[in-house]
Design a protein. Structure first.
Length: 296
């Protein structure tokens, strides 16, 4: 009998059975001082079940055993295997690691398993400093706090670390992994998009633009036109930006038709935040957004 890694609030329990005959393995669990209860049966190796322990507090004692039955009507019971209910996972899901931030940061976390008596405290650490609480939320299943960083005296590029601390009903605390963001003090007012075609046939290609980063509209039949090039990196499109914290989305295409790759590039909507990147390179036939120059 062995207990393996868990999936959320479930523990994977396995039994090793010698021989090549047909076997049926019934697994039983005993929680605390309770009685043995069936938790599942498996008739194929590897013999295993997943025991739902999400309703039990962290550290609760649990024991497992397996009862093996063969075709001859014989059965054998394994020795008991002792384990404990593990602590939940806590995952910091926002902000994105490596994001650039300004004025405020939205912090999000989720727990697995999630219980009504839990809360999450979000903490921030500036370079060389200590962890500082920035807020606590009890609004499960998604825990959210907005961190106001406008008064921290940050300069361009300053690093900020965040983590989430899950507080269980018993008072036990579980700490998430960290995410690091950087301060973006300087406003991005223009984004440069390069479009390279190895064949050199650039006639008619332009951009369909949309998203909260711009305050103008572009009609599909009249694409945004290049502002420079072609040069070694292809066409140049300089797009004016009004809100660099919102997404800028584009599609590279010709005004007539919608056929990939004849008159539209693959990949669909290409979106990113100008606050994170103010220059992007695209290569014909490649749906990948390159934030460093990929051309030779």
């Amino acid at each position: 009998m062995q207990q393996y890694a868990r999936d959320g609030g479930r523990l994977e329990v396995r039994a090793d059975v010698g021989g090549d005959d047909f076997y049926e393995v019934t697994f039983q669990a005993r929680v605390g001082n309770g009685g043995w209860e069936d938790i599942g049966t498996d008739d194929n190796a590897p013999y295993r079940v997943f025991h739902d322990v999400s309703k039990h507090p962290t550290g609760t004692a649990v024991a497992y055993r397996a009862i093996v039955h063969d075709n001859g009507g014989h059965s054998r019971t394994s020795a008991a295997f002792a384990a404990q209910v593990p602590a939940p996972f806590i995952t910091l899901s926002a902000p994105a690691d490596g994001a650039r931030v300004r004025n405020s940061v939205r912090l999000e976390a989720f727990a697995d398993p999630d219980r009504a008596d839990q809360s999450v405290r979000f903490e921030r650490r500036l370079e060389g400093g200590d962890w500082t609480p920035v807020g606590t939320d009890t609004s499960w299943p998604l825990y959210v706090v907005i961190d106001d960083i406008s008064g921290l005296g940050l300069v361009e590029g300053d690093q900020i670390e965040y983590r989430a601390v899950l507080i269980e009903g018993s008072g036990n605390e579980v700490v998430s992994s960290t995410r690091t963001v950087s301060a973006a003090i300087d406003l991005v007012t223009s984004v440069r998009i390069h479009y390279f075609r190895p064949t050199g046939d650039y006639a008619g290609w332009g951009l369909h633009l949309f998203g909260g980063a711009i305050d103008f509209t572009v009609d599909w039949g009249a694409p945004f036109q290049p502002t420079g090039g072609p040069d070694a990196d292809g066409l140049i499109f300089d797009v004016p930006i009004t809100d660099d914290t919102q997404e800028l989305c584009f599609i590279i295409h010709k005004p007539l038709g919608d056929t990939v790759p004849l008159n539209r590039e693959p990949g669909g909507n290409q979106c990113f935040r100008p606050i994170d990147h103010d220059e992007v390179w695209m290569v014909a036939g490649d749906p990948t957004k390159h934030f460093t120059d990929p051309t030779p």
